[in-house]
Design a protein around this ligand. Structure first.
Ligand SMILES: [Mg+2]
Length: 401
């Protein structure tokens, strides 16, 4: 036993901006040519020809990644990454820090509630819960480190030894070769391209299907770019051409919650999923009440962190709706390994051509878990099992207001 005195009070909170592309929690902060930004992907901005070619053209990663450190009086340090760039760092340093410094790091429910309530006048969705999320994840990390326990042991322990993963990218053939159970591809053409674009979409999905082969689940991510009639027609055309789609993801503007009821009503045989751009238990309550969404996909790094994800998850469990977080690397893995109704994880392929398995957070951490043979094993290392890679230390800079 160490004779070190354990003191759970928070002595300091530090927010850092990460300037290097491909490093940290902002998945889309990638170099030119990367499939995630320059691949053919239908987006809400595809309506405008000037912003159709690249997702960087309209600023998908304008905020960028951040890192938060929470240090205790006994020098234990918790860390977490997420997105939000300088604006999120501003909120953490100028607003949320007052609730944290001097508090017992184990009082996560109170700290979460104070950050959330205090940011209600300007927050609720988007940037504010994203900033709260990174603080929340750093709190769980430091509590885990304080207790010498992995986070999943603090939220109920394991329900499985390894987690099957599906791979998101543009190479469903590679996903199959590497042992993933399925592949998710982006819908390439926006509805702005009209009826001819619809035909090209079905052709493109047929091509992805032939790359994947038969009897291998293929999912389609529509990234908020469709409306109800387009999504229903796309699903019907795929079905009539024999292009088997396992689920259609995030077809609608996230504010069109009622639209999901219509999707399920008009195409009940399809699986419809969404949630990666929804926030807090209040947003997910609306998605659950019509029983129209087949899988909820909150992102741990912006839904409100692990604390709020557990509340979303409890609600979803009462509807028997699986919760499979969007991306989120280790944060998602610790959650999923502990939840009976979270049967698998997403592995967002972060290599430029989506053909190699590499760390989601781009070398920011040592020991980030990555899938092996399409499965993720979660280590027993304390916290989220993430330590800052010394080589990444020069990629982060303290935020100065
Ligand atoms: Mg998605």
């Amino acid at each position: 036993m160490s004779s070190r005195k354990v003191d759970p009070r928070i002595s300091d909170v530090r927010a850092y901006v990460i300037d290097s592309k491909g490093v940290g929690g902002d998945y889309h902060d990638r170099a030119d040519g990367h499939w995630l930004v320059d691949g053919a992907i239908s987006t809400p901005m595809s309506l405008y020809a000037d912003y159709r070619r690249s997702r960087t053209s309209w600023g998908i990663a304008v905020l960028g990644s951040i890192l938060v450190e929470i240090e205790l009086e006994d020098r234990t340090v918790g860390i977490a990454t997420g997105l939000g760039g300088e604006p999120a760092c501003f909120l953490i340093e100028k607003h949320f820090k007052r609730f944290l410094v001097g508090s017992d790091c184990r009082d996560i429910n109170r700290l979460w509630d104070q950050m959330y309530r205090a940011s209600l006048p300007y927050g609720r969705k988007g940037l504010a819960p994203a900033a709260i999320s990174v603080v929340d994840l750093a709190l769980w990390d430091v509590v885990g480190k304080l207790r010498g326990e992995p986070v999943f042991n603090l939220i109920g322990g394991r329900v499985r030894d390894e987690i099957p993963a599906y791979m998101t990218g543009i190479r469903p053939d590679v996903a199959r070769e590497l042992g993933f159970w399925g592949a998710k591809v982006p819908l390439p053409i926006s509805p702005a391209a009209g009826p001819e674009g619809m035909v090209r979409n079905v052709e493109a999905l047929a091509e992805y299907r032939s790359m994947a082969g038969q009897d291998f689940p293929l999912m389609v991510d529509c990234y908020m770019s469709l409306d109800v009639p387009y999504a229903v027609e796309l699903a019907a055309r795929c079905r009539s051409k024999g292009v088997d789609v396992h689920w259609f993801e995030e077809c609608l503007n996230p504010d069109d919650v009622d639209g999901h009821r219509l999707l399920k009503e008009r195409a009940p045989l399809e699986r419809w999923t969404t949630g990666e751009h929804e926030y807090t238990r209040y947003g997910f309550r609306e998605l659950l009440r019509h029983r129209a969404v087949d899988i909820l996909q909150p992102d741990v790094m912006w839904v409100g962190g692990l604390t709020e994800l557990l509340r979303v998850s409890a609600m979803a469990a009462a509807y028997d709706v699986p919760v499979v977080p969007h991306g989120s690397g280790n944060y998602s893995y610790h959650f999923v390994v502990s939840q009976p109704h979270s049967p698998f994880v997403e592995y967002l392929n972060s290599s430029p051509g989506s053909d190699e398995v590499s760390p989601v957070f781009g070398g920011l951490f040592v020991d980030e878990a990555i899938p092996v043979n399409g499965k993720v094993r979660v280590s027993d290392a304390p916290g989220f099992g993430l330590e800052l890679d010394r080589r990444a230390a020069n990629l982060i800079r303290p935020y100065e207001a």
